[in-house]
Each structure stands twice: as C-alpha cells, then as structure tokens.
Design a protein around this ligand. Sequence first.
Ligand code: ADP
Ligand code: MG
Ligand code: MG
Length: 888
Amino acid sequence: MSGGYAQPLVYFFGQGRADGTAAMKDVLGGKGAGLAEMTQIGIPVPPGFTIASSLCLTYLESHQFPPRLRTEVETALNRLEAVTGKQFGGATQPLLVSVRSGAAVSMPGMMETILNLGLNDETVAALARLSGNDQFAWDSYRRFVQMYGSVVYDLPKKGFDAFLEQRKVAAGVEQDIDLPVDQMRSLVADYKGLIESQVGHPFPEEPLEQLWGAIAAVFESWNTRRAIDYRRLHDIPDTMGTAVNVVSMVYGNLGSDSGTGVAFTRNPSTGEHAIYGEFLLNAQGEDVVAGIRTPVEIRQLREALPEASSELERVARLLERHFRDVQDMEFTIERGKLYMLQTRRGQRSGPAAVRIAVEMVDEGLITKEEAITRIPASDLDQLLHPTIDTSSRLDLLATGLPASPGAASGVVTFDADRAESRGKNGEAVILVRRETSPEDFHGMVAARAVLTARGGMTSHAAVVARGMGKPCVAGATSLDVDEGAGRFSADGRVVSEGDWITVDGASGRVYAGKAALKQPELSDNFRRLMSWADRVRRLQVRCNADTPADAHRGREFGAEGIGLCRTEHMFFEGGRLAAMREMIVATDVEGRNRALARLLPMQRADFEAIFRAMDGLPVCIRLLDPPLHEFLPKEGPELDALAQEMNLEPARLRRIVTGLTEVNPMLGLRGCRLGILYPEITAMQARAIFEAAGIVAADGVRVLPEVMIPLIGNVVEFRKQALVVQQVAADVFGEKQITVPFSLGTMIELPRAALTADSIALEAQFFSFGTNDLTQTAWGLSRDDAGRILPLYLEQGVIEADPFQVLDRVGVGKLMELGVQLGRRTRPDLKVGICGEHGGEPASVAFCDELGMNYVSCSPFRVPIARLAAAQSALTNRGSVDRTRATV
Ligand code: ADP
Ligand code: MG
Ligand code: MG
C-alpha cells in the first residue's frame, strides 16, 4: 500500500511543462493524458491539473477526500494562480476554472463539464471590469450557476430553461447570448432562488466550496445508472474510476473575435485530408453541439478569424504527426488566440479508415504494417455494399436484426415465384416472408433484399442472403406478415404487395419508400491496402460459391479458389427441382437412375461454368448434403399437383413423402449417408464433375477439382464413398482419354470425425471444417431452433457470443485443434481449411491462422475481410504458430 501512496495524486500542466504524458491514460484518463501531452509538445493549452482516477474509488467508498488530496489540490491551485497571474476567488484578477470528468476509456453517462467555476457576486464584477464587457461576465455567470445546479445538484434543466425563456420573452431576443445585462443579472438571481428552494441551502458563493462540490460530483457520476450499464455492456472494469480535470478558463464568449468549435484533422466519413468540423463565434463550451444555434463549417473560420484558423491548421498537422493518427479536437478562441481543450483518436467510417491509412503510409507517417493493423477488418463491409445515404430523408418502418449488410430498395413481394417473375422483368423486388425455407431460394435469387419477421442471425434467410451478398433484415418482430393477403403491418402501418420499401441489412432498419443509396466503389486505396495485406498473410482465402456469378465475384474480391461449392442449391432451380423430386420418390434403382440421367447434364453444365470461372484455381465441390425432404413440397395441394405432374397416385406420393419424414432431419439421412444408401447419386455427381473437368481441360482451362464428402463420422464411410468417386473418375478418364488431377477429402463437421481425424486422414487428402454443423453437433443445438435460446443465453450471461457467429474457440475450437493435430499426425501434408460461416469473421480467421490451417473460405463479399483479418493475425501472432503447413 505504501508504494502506491508515494504516487502523486495531482498532476499539473502549464507553460510548456506537464507532470503527465499521453502514456498515462490509466492514471490521468484520456482527456487528462491528452492535455498533458499537448502541453509538453508546445501546443497552446490553458494550464490546469488532473486528479488521478485512483481517487475515484477511494472517494466513493468513504465519501471523503483524503487530507493529502486537499493539500495537493491547494498546491496545484497556487501554481495555477502563479502561472496565470490570477487568483481563485480574487476580487481583482479572478481565476476561473472548468471541472471535467474523463476516464481512461471515453464513456457516455459521466458528468457534464462545469464551466466558469469560481464566479460569485464579487468575482463577476471583477470579470466585467477586467474584460470591459458586462455582457460577457454575466453570460458566463448565468451559465455557471445553471450548470452547477443541474450537474452538481442534479436539478432538471427544465426548471432553469423556463426562467431563461421568460427572460428572453421579456427582452424580446431570440438567442440566449443576446440577453441584455440586466436580464442576465435577474436570471442569475432566478437560478439561485430555484437552487435554494430545491436543495435547502443557498448557492455556494465560496469558490473552494464550489470546487470541492464539483470534484465530488465527478466522482459520483462514475456510478450513475447509465455509466454502470455502459461499463457492463463493454466489459469496462468498475474499478477503473474517472479522473478529474481542473482547467483554467479561456473565453469563447467575449465577442465576435472569440468562439468555440470541434474539428477532425481529416474528414471522418470520407477520409479526405482536410480539416473537418464546425464552430460558433461568441460561444462557449458545447454550444456547437447543443443545437441551440446552427454551427458554421470550419472552412469559414478562415474568413472570420484568419490567424486562429491557420493556427488551428498548424496544430492539427502537429497533433497528427505526433500521435500518428487522425485526431478529434475541441478548441476555443479567445480574442483571436487559439487554445486546445481536448484531443483524442478520431472515430471514422470504413471507407475513411482505408483512405486515411493508405494516405498516411504515403505521407511517411505510418508503416504499411500499421496501416493493416489499424483498420477493423469487419469495417471493410461498408466498402463493398451499397449503403443508405443518411443525409437523405428516411421514414423508419421497423427494425430487425442486421443479418446481411448492404442496402436495397424494391417493391414488396410475398411469394418466391412472383419475386422471380417480377425480378425477371427487371423489377427491383424485396422478398418479405414470415421466414424463408429452401423452397424460397429462387425468390431470394431474384430479390434485391430479403426481409423476414422471424428467425435469427443464422436463420435460413440470413445464411443464404449472406452467402449471396444480399441485404437481409431478419427477425423484424414488429412485422405482422399476412402472406396470403399480400400485406404486412408494422406498428399500425400497412404495407401491401407492390409498395416500395428500403432494407438496410447493415443496421437492421427497414424504411418506407425508396431511400437514397450510395454505391460502393473499390478505390485504388482499397486495392493497395489489400495488396499489402496479401503480402504478409499466411492463410489463403477462398470463397464459398455455388454459381459462376458468385465465383466471378469471389475472384474479383481476391479469392484464391472455391472452398465450398454446394451442389444442392443448383437443384432448386427451374426444371431441375422436378428431376430431383422424381429421383427422391423413385422406389427402385432404375427409377432413380432415370431421374439422375436427367440431372447429369445440368450438373455438368454447372461445373463447367464454375471451372471456367476459376481457371487455375482449386474448386472444392461438396457432394449432396441436405435431407431429401427439403426438396419435397409439404402442403397437400402442392403434393397433389406434383403427383399429377409425375403421373403418380396422390395417395402413393403422400405415402412416400410420409416415409421420408424424419424426427430430426439434421441428424438423419443426409450427407454421406445419402450416398451410402444410394451410391448412384454419388456416382452421378462424380461423373458430372469429371466430365466437366475433362471438357474444360480440353479447352486449355487449368482445372483443379477437389471432391469433398460431407458428414463423415467414421473412416469407413469415407472409404465407401471415395471408392465410388475413384471408380467413376477412372471410368470417365478412360472414356474421354483425358486425365485431370483431383483430390479427395472430407468435411469435418461431426465431433466423431474430429476425434478420429488420424484414421480419417489416412485416406482423406484434405479436411475442411464445416463449422456450422460442427457447432450444432458440438453443442447439440439445432441452428434453426437456436434463435429462441441463444438471445436468452446472451442476456443471462450463459454464453458471451453467439457460437454460430463467432467461433467458439474453447469448445468447437478444441475439436478443430484436435482435428488438425491428429490429421497431420498421420498425413503431415494434410491440407486443412474451414468453410463454415465463420471463415469470414475476423476473430475466427485469426483462430484458424493460429491453428496453422491452410485456408479459410467465406462468402465472396467477406473475402476482403478475411484477407485483412488473416494479415492482421500474421502480424500480431508473428512466429508464435508452429505450422507444418502443406503447400496448397
Ligand atoms: P466532454 O467530455 O463532454 O467533451 P469537456 O470536458 O471536453 O466535455 O468539455 C466540453 C467543452 O467545454 C469543451 O469542448 C470546451 O469547449 C469547453 N471547455 C472545457 N474546459 C474549458 C476551459 N477551461 N475553457 C474554455 N472552455 C472549456
Ligand atoms: Mg461532450
Ligand atoms: Mg470534450
């Protein structure tokens, strides 16, 4: 304890010297550390001192100030008087101060700043005399008494505002600042009367008493409801505490040669290298953001106060060079002279982050590696999709989950078929459903965006939309969707089929009508940043693509192959569904083979197109995976129609469909189990793959197929399917007199596969972790039902993150680690990747990198995010990974 005691409690700054530095955020808080550092580097900052944040908890425990603090504060005040040549409470040259909160991390809900502290009936007269400006002195006084009353005594602002309004009406003025002096005087009296009547004692005239009251209030504000909630939400320790900054006042309200403002050293939404901000003349404190008067763009400061303006430019450059990052600054101009009151790292949009980082590299301010590590990888999302132009007029209808980013406008359609036909006519449609199912797939393909009333972030709609890079808002629970009647209502408003709406999948908001959108553009800056990232990353990045269009897009975004090509989506399209259904309901091998023969050319054409699109890059094709009933209609009338189409007795068809029903289809007849029961399906798919490969290879395309067998739990399952595939390959290559090199591997998506990975790797040439299913099966929790459980779990703190979104390192991750280790034990050059939704989530990408995997695969739109995340992981975990990595 005594060691801690030796630390000073109060840190002075002024006249170019400071006890603290920028590195002392933990002690001084962000604001205090910034003030100290700015002082040290010669930037004009009004002198002051900071009380260490450690005092906060001490005070909150005892509600008393330790004697040593009293002494140190008084010493600092004396010093402040000496450097300013003013006296605290003095009747000739009164020193006034501001009292400001400031923790190590910036936090809403803390105490608002009190300005002009030290004023009383005596000092106000001195201030008036000194400045020769009564108006200014009384404006400062009325502000102070009001702030003290509402901040320290917690009195509602309304009471003060009522008096202010009365006075303004009486004087016939619009702006607070124009109140005549006598009205200001009366206002101060009004305020003091209000305070006395509410708190039971008179307003403290003694400046020291005012100061200690304000310091106590800063500490107390650490425990306001809002501050506590914020800390809970952001995992900020309660023990951190806030510092208190006491800063000598500079005055922006001295007239039209004075003012106050806020500025960024660069534009935070575009990244443009020019000061960006706003100011007000003859104003104080946060008038600029308070919305009482309309602030002026910072450019105009050049005309209004040219010297202060160029000084601000100089300071901005200096601060940027010093902190090597964009700064968000607060300043005040007193009679033409600039003072800085705060600086901190400027928050910025995704596009701005990219532009700023790249330009700072060009300016020699930061290294390429720093540029890579500075940009939150998921912010790249904002560069790849259209976004809502938030400066346009928006009419909010409902809010749901931000399930897939991007924004789109279109006419509401409640039915997948209609969405498809309207879409084919070139109409922009938005598919609105209570929830979607695989049967809606073609409608989703045709739609610009998808909106559902039910389902979570991993519902069918969300997963499929993300895969397609389409905006999606899921689980908009306020929507009451009546698909039959062709309308939905939201909070009493009704939207009918054909009405325009706009869906913003990045925020989860749904707007009525057509909102203005901003199109994304892949800037040169973006390309350069990505090329730097590519140079440092160890992981390869592939895309999940089921169609040639997705494959092209993935390549455009830098994918180095396809990590997952799902074959089943192809079966939902057009005439294929009929052939597929025929295959499913076939009762014998001949019937099945007839239907398969119809499917073969369609599959072959699909693969051909994808191979051509991925010329020179590997394409990993997963054999049929989903339970068959997904392809069959569920409702009676639809079943009857199908029966007629297929020339079958309706009763017979219904029996067949009933026979296919499973209690838990996700754990039933699917994946390799289908292929083991019906090897002819596997054979058809293998034939389609190899014939397509042969055709494109003959055209000079470099084709690198990887055949992936899903849902393996035991090596024998793999062996049986592998034999079928190898036999077909030999047949096709013999028939066509052409050989195409291919590899044969498996998904690892069942715990048993991970646990027996050593024996599976004896036969499988590659592994791809299917982390969606692996998460389902490791947790024993169906993804489709998780939406009801996980939000509750999150709320109650049972889990920290949704394992379907952020890879569960501890549990699922352990299975993956085992899988990689065991697999490489028997096959050292085993190629390992991931193809679940997690492949594009930055923290999960880092985990895959740490495990020494070869690649991650994600939806095309997430490829740049994965590239950047992989580079960041390579830079932060440099050399810490022992990788026996195969060359891909
Ligand atoms: P916040 O944390 O809400 O930004 P600050 O402590 O930064 O609060 O204070 C808000 C504003 O009050 C500052 O931006 C500045 O304009 C004004 N202010 C604070 N201290 C002083 C001072 N000593 N002199 C003049 N203005 C001040
Ligand atoms: Mg503020
Ligand atoms: Mg501030």
